[in-house]
Every structure is written in structure tokens, then in C-alpha cells.
Design a protein around this ligand. Structure first.
Ligand code: F6P
Length: 553
């Protein structure tokens, strides 16, 4: 591990590094240089500022950067030792220092021939063993061989999990619906609000329903509460405890807790503590997805992940896409005060992709102390947000185009619509015309002169002027296949890694979610029994009182 990232060392502070100061100076020199000027000055810019990784064509020409910016950013990464930390991750070193864990989601998609060791033990055979078990199970559900307690075929699969045990499978199922068994229904329950489970099961036949309880720890209160209620719902209909074995399977690292819940550990699919929740849907956490799309498509997706892993591990800095995207985020977040980052997919199937990325990015890099425990004095992870592009155009793009904030954005689009669309495939060119038009408008805008030349009255010219100079990355692929989804997710995983490495934070812990959990446990008896809770602040106490009145307690 590099000097910066080792615990117990006091590395040079990021903002005291000469490379950091050089970037600040360079930002001042570039000042308001407009993308119009940069494109005029370099007729090759559009072709020079593109990269290819797997099926993903990456155009970064519409960024507020020059060759010098990119060089300075790479020098910063090199001085910090980003590549060394990356190599330590791939070697299975315990780079998640606050939890003393290796970070090996890359092992989940490594070929069987790879050797990746944690504490001297090769973890790859175990990964493939579980994948094979998942494949057998998925086949049995898909073929109808696995039946419910009454002998009926399983028609509905309900995944119960939250955070990383929900967002990944739910997102990927939406993305890969066209590859899914259309005769099965898939639902995802995460919220402890009873409405979530109620709406998910109200029209289902319990005799045809399988629950997959997905929880790394198997102690998460939301998931255990939902799973317990799901079991009650099932048993109320089927009236026999033995039904649980046919209608419940678990995905977890905690066999003891799974058994305690009443699920046969033979029906448990394992993963490991070196897989972070938000990096886990390509592990057994993706079981519901594998049932939906089948083992072959799931493995195609894993191959897509692996392709980008290898690119990240081996590509030189100048061609390394996750490194580039990570550094561009540093450029805007730390040198242009950008607070947020928009991810705008031009595919309906990617509707939940940004929600998935919110956990990946914000739970990883929403930190304010460095690896050594010192407060950081630089901005860390951005607010990640966005929804499918065309819908956004009629909602919040106004702010992107003419607001006062700088919001870098990723535009993700595909050349081919899916085969199944039939006549509706004709919509695709219109969708993509919007995709291309938006990044053009954001980058180049419309000058007051251009507006006036259209005969617009003088008083309206300022309102119809677009300043432009709003940076975007365009990610274009041929089609949204399982492999391409894997490539996209791995790209963002490694981008987040790069940024955490630069900021010298632990991207793999999530202590920030703990306090709320502890307080909720403490407050619950105050709501139900009116118990006196020590340490409640005056505001919360009054709100609790009001809540009890409203509930007639
Ligand atoms: O919110 C914290 C968190 O630990 C996430 O990191 C995780 O994805 C989620 O809760 C669910 O945890 P589990 O899979 O253990 O139920």
C-alpha cells in the first residue's frame, strides 16, 4: 500500500501537495475559457478526447479541460499512489482499514483460473462454487422443477433486502427485463413501511411465491421485519411451517442468523465479508436477477464487469477510463466547487441506474475524515442524482442549462433499441436526437448575438441566451446487453475508487448510517409505549408526543 493510504502514517495533506497547487493555478489560468474556443483551437479535439473500453465509447471532449489539465490531474493521481492502492485492492490486501477487510468485488467476476488470496486462501473457487449452485437453483425455478409447498409452480419471486441487497438486483432486473423469463413476476421489497410488502404481495398467490431474503448481515431490522411478515403471510395461507423450506431462500454471509430465522442453510447462498453491500449484486445477492435472466446471461454480465476490471488494472493512465472519470470529478468538485453530479441515462431500462449509483457513490465517498482519522479540508463525494434523460428535459434541465450551478453530467445512450420493441423501435432516433442535442446545447449554448440575429426583441435576449460551457461525458454503446450493464457498473465502481483514493478516505466503510439506526431502536418504545427515552432532545421529544396524540395514544 502506498504511503498515503496506509494507516498509522501521516501522509502529505492533499491540499499541501504541489500537484494540488498546480491544479489550482491552472484553474485560474483557464478561468472562463469557453468550450467554443477549445474546439476552435483544436480541430482534432472531438476525436482526440475519446476512449474505448469494451463496448463503451467515451467522449470527454465536452469537458472544461485541456491537455495540460489532464496531465496535471494524472500527476496528482500518480503522486498520491492511486495505482498502488488499486494494485493492493486487486491483491486482496485489507484496504478497508476501519473494518480490517479486503475489498474484492473484483473476485466475484474473475475467471476460475485466477488466484486471488485473502489471508493466504484463494477465494476464486468459492465464488464459482456459489455461482454454480445459483445456476442450478435458478434453472429449477425457471423450468418449474422447483415447486411450492402445495406442488404449484413458482410464478412470483419477491426479493426482500435493503441498500446493497436491494438496489443492485432491482436496478439490474429493470435493465435486463428484455432478457428475463416473462412468465415469472419479480418484485423487490425494501422499505420497512408495511405498504411496500403489502403492495408487493397483495395480488400474489402464496402457493406460487418464492421469497429471497437477501442480507449480508442478516440482522438488518428492515429486512428481518419484512421477511418475518412475509413468512406470516405465507403461513396464514398455507398453514404449515414446513412450507417455509419451499418458499424461502436466503442470501447472506451469516449462516447462524439464517438458521435462527428458520431458513434451512441448504437453501442459503453464501458470500463473504470482503464484498461490500453496495458492491455485491454480482455475488449471490444477484440471485433474483439470475432467476430472472438465467445463468448464461448472468455470466455474460460478469464477463462485462471483468473486462472493465482488467482495463482498470492494466490500461496506461492516459487511456484508463475509470481513472479519467474519477479525475474529472476531482477537477469539478475540488477546483470548480461543483456540489453534485448528474447521471442521465437515455434508456428507459436504466430508470433505476442512478438510484443504484447513489448508494455506490454516496455511501462510499460521503466521508469527512481521512484514512488516518483527521478531518479533511477538501470536498469529498458529490451528490449523485438524475433520472432518464428525456423526462428530465421537461423537468429539471432548465437549471442545468441556465441555472447558476455547475453540474457535470454523464449522458448514457445506446445505438440500437431492443429487438422486442417492434414498431416502437421507431421512437429510438427521436430519443437519441435528444441525447445528442442536449450535450451540444449544454456545451456550446447560444450567444446573445445568435439570439438577436433570430429577431428576438432586445429585452428577451438575456432570457433566451444559453451561456453553455456545461461539462458532460457521453457514454455510447451499441446496445444495452448484460455485458454492457456489467461494464457500466464496473466503470462507476472504479471511478468511485479513484476518487476515494485521491481524497484519502476509506470508500469501503459506512459508519455514517449507524447513529440513525441506534437512535431509531431507542425511540421506538417511546412511540409504542410512551416510554421515557433518556437523552431525547426537546424538539424530538415534542414531535414524539405529537405523533402519539395523532395516533390516539
Ligand atoms: O445502510 C447500511 C448498509 O449496511 C448498506 O451498506 C447495506 O447495503 C445495507 O445496509 C443492507 O445490509 P444487509 O445486506 O446486511 O442487510
Amino acid at each position: 500500500m502506498s504511503e498515503t493510504h496506509a494507516q498509522g502514517h501521516t501522509p502529505t495533506r492533499l491540499d499541501q501537495r504541489p500537484e494540488w497547487h498546480a491544479l489550482g493555478k491552472h484553474r485560474d489560468q483557464l478561468a472562463d475559457t469557453h468550450l467554443r474556443e477549445l474546439f476552435t483551437a483544436d480541430p482534432e479535439r472531438a476525436s482526440r478526447y475519446t476512449l474505448q473500453v469494451g463496448d463503451l465509447h467515451i467522449d470527454y471532449s465536452k469537458h472544461l479541460v485541456t491537455d495540460e489539465t489532464l496531465e496535471l490531474l494524472r500527476e496528482l493521481a500518480s503522486a498520491i499512489g492511486v495505482a498502488e492502492l488499486r494494485d493492493a485492492m486487486f491483491r486482496g490486501e485489507k484496504i478497508n482499514t476501519t473494518e480490517d477487510r479486503a475489498v474484492l468485488h473484483i473476485a466475484l467476476r474473475a475467471p476460475l483460473s485466477s488466484v486471488i488470496e485473502v489471508d493466504g486462501h484463494n477465494v476464486v473457487p468459492g465464488v464459482h462454487h456459489v455461482l454454480t449452485r445459483m445456476g442450478v437453483f435458478a434453472d429449477r425455478i425457471r423450468s418449474g422443477e422447483w415447486t411450492g409447498h402445495t406442488g404449484k409452480r413458482i410464478r412470483n419471486v419477491v426479493n426482500i433486502g435493503i441498500g446493497g441487497s436491494d438496489l443492485g438486483p432491482a436496478m439490474a432486473y429493470e435493465v435486463l427485463r428484455p432478457y428475463s423469463a416473462r412468465d415469472l413476476q419479480f418484485r423487490f421489497v425494501s422499505n420497512v413501511d408495511g405498504a411496500d410488502l403489502h403492495e408487493a404481495v397483495r395480488d400474489l398467490d402464496p402457493a406460487e411465491t418464492l421469497f429471497i431474503v437477501a442480507s449480508k448481515t442478516f440482522t438488518t431490522i428492515e429486512t428481518i421485519t419484512n421477511a418475518t411478515s412475509a413468512r406470516d403471510w405465507l403461513l396464514a395461507a398455507l398453514g404449515d411451517d414446513a412450507a417455509v423450506a419451499k418458499h424461502f431462500v436466503a442470501v447472506s454471509t451469516n449462516a447462524e442468523k439464517v438458521a435462527e430465522f428458520g431458513i434451512d442453510v441448504d437453501n442459503m447462498f453464501e458470500f463473504w465479508d470482503w464484498v461490500g453491500g453496495r458492491y455485491s449484486y454480482d455475488s449471490a445477492i444477484g440471485l433474483s436477477l439470475m432467476v430472472a435472466i438465467g445463468e448464461e446471461h448472468f455470466r455474460e454480465m460478469l464477463a462485462g464487469f471483468h473486462l472493465v476490471d482488467e482495463h482498470f488494472r492494466c490500461a496506461p493512465a492516459e487511456e484508463n477510463v475509470p481513472l479519467l472519470l474519477g479525475l474529472l470529478g476531482i477537477w469539478y468538485g475540488n477546483f470548480h466547487d461543483a456540489q453534485s453530479h448528474a447521471v442521465l441515462p437515455y434508456s428507459h431500462y436504466l430508470a433505476r441506474f442512478t438510484a443504484y449509483l447513489q448508494q455506490l457513490d454516496m455511501e462510499s465517498n460521503g466521508k469527512s475524515v481521512d484514512r488516518q482519522g483527521n478531518p479533511v479540508s477538501w470536498q469529498t463525494g458529490p451528490v449523485v442524482w438524475g433520472t432518464p434523460g428525456t423526462n428530465g428535459q421537461h423537468a429539471y434541465y432548465q437549471l442545468l442549462h441556465q441555472g447558476t450551478k455547475l453540474i457535470p453530467a454523464d449522458f448514457i445512450g445506446f445505438a440500437k433499441p431492443i429487438d422486442e420493441l417492434g414498431e416502437l423501435a421507431g421512437h429510438h432516433d427521436l430519443l437519441m436526437a435528444n441525447f445528442f442535442a442536449q450535450t451540444q446545447a449544454l456545451a456550446f449554448g447560444k450567444t446573445p448575438e445568435e439570439v438577436a440575429a433570430e429577431g428576438v426583441p432586445a429585452e428577451l435576449v438575456p432570457h433566451k441566451t444559453f451561456r453553455g460551457n456545461r461539462p458532460t461525458t457521453t457514454i455510447l454503446a451499441s446496445e444495452l446487453s448484460p455485458s454492457v450493464l456489467g461494464q457500466l457498473v464496473a466503470l462507476y465502481e472504479h471511478k468511485v475508487f479513484v476518487q476515494g483514493a485521491v481524497w484519502n478516505i476509506d470508500s469501503f466503510d459506512q459508519w455514517g448510517v449507524e447513529l440513525g439506526k441506534v437512535l431509531a431502536k431507542r425511540i421506538e418504545p417511546a412511540l409504542t409505549e410512551g416510554a421515557e427515552v433518556p437523552g431525547l432532545d426537546a424538539s424530538t421529544k415534542a414531535l414524539v408526543r405529537r405523533y402519539r396524540e395523532l395516533r390516539g395514544r
